[in-house]
Design a protein around this ligand. Structure first.
Ligand SMILES: [Zn+2]
Length: 237
């Protein structure tokens, strides 16, 4: 070093200082890059966890918290062991559609039939009911609160809402008015209960029973019904 001139020494010092500054800048950049990547990774993990939670661990809606609209005629059955046992329905995973298998009867007659089951006694008692009954003119009667089970869908009584539909003849086909009310009620229930689209099934899908008859024999009509509910829900809820 001794034989370096002062100018050369200064030059080398400046070079060294520049090199160190460059290194510092590089380190800073690297640290920023690592932080940014860590942040992106965290956001990504948070996003994935949120989606998984939303899809698979959705908080169920409390059925008791749902307010009934005025287009539903509420005529609750008297509590009794045969049609309104009062068993809590805590979580609803689906809607089950039925037909009354009793051509020409009205929603009111079917509701009264369920209510009169309370008067039974003895061993050959019948236990049957439904949350809702839709009549030939599209009227909707509610027989059981959404927070209690009905006796309609066998193994699925514990986690579904049931809808009985009246029909004019033995084919089991619903009138247009009944059909439209069924679409409306199903879409409303799906949205209120925060059910996924197409959570509607037939009694047939639970036990293989031919119920609702027409929509078991005509699969395409049933598929059309589900499409109609999905479209109604999209438009209104
Ligand atoms: Zn049924």
């Amino acid at each position: 070093m001794a034989d370096l001139s002062r100018g050369e020494r200064d030059f080398m010092k400046r070079q060294e200082a520049r090199r160190r500054a460059r290194l510092r800048r590089l380190k800073r950049k690297r640290a920023m890059l690592v932080s940014a990547m860590a942040l992106i990774l965290l956001l990504l993990i948070w996003g994935i966890v949120s989606v998984i939670r939303a899809v698979f661990f959705k908080e169920p809606v409390d059925p008791a918290s749902i307010v009934t609209p005025d287009w539903i005629d509420v005529q609750l059955l008297d509590p009794n062991p045969y049609s309104r046992p009062g068993t809590p329905l805590e979580k609803i995973n689906g809607i089950v559609v039925h037909y009354t298998a009793n051509p020409g009867t009205t929603a009111q007659q079917n509701r009264n039939y369920f209510n009169n089951l309370a008067k039974q006694n003895g061993e050959s008692a019948t236990s049957v009911s439904s949350h809702f009954i839709i009549g030939l003119d599209g009227e909707i009667i509610q027989c059981i609160p959404l927070s209690e089970i009905s006796y309609a869908s066998n193994d699925r009584n514990g986690d579904t809402v049931s809808i009985e539909c009246c029909h004019p003849d033995s084919s089991g086909k619903f009138t247009d008015a009944t059909y439209q009310s069924l679409v409306r009620l199903s879409a409303w229930l799906e949205s209120q209960l925060d059910l996924r689209e197409r959570s509607i099934i037939r009694h047939y899908d639970v036990t293989g029973k031919l119920c609702p008859l027409y929509y078991v024999e005509n699969e395409s009509e049933w598929n059309q019904f589900k499409e109609d509910v999905a479209a109604y829900r999209k438009e209104n809820y």
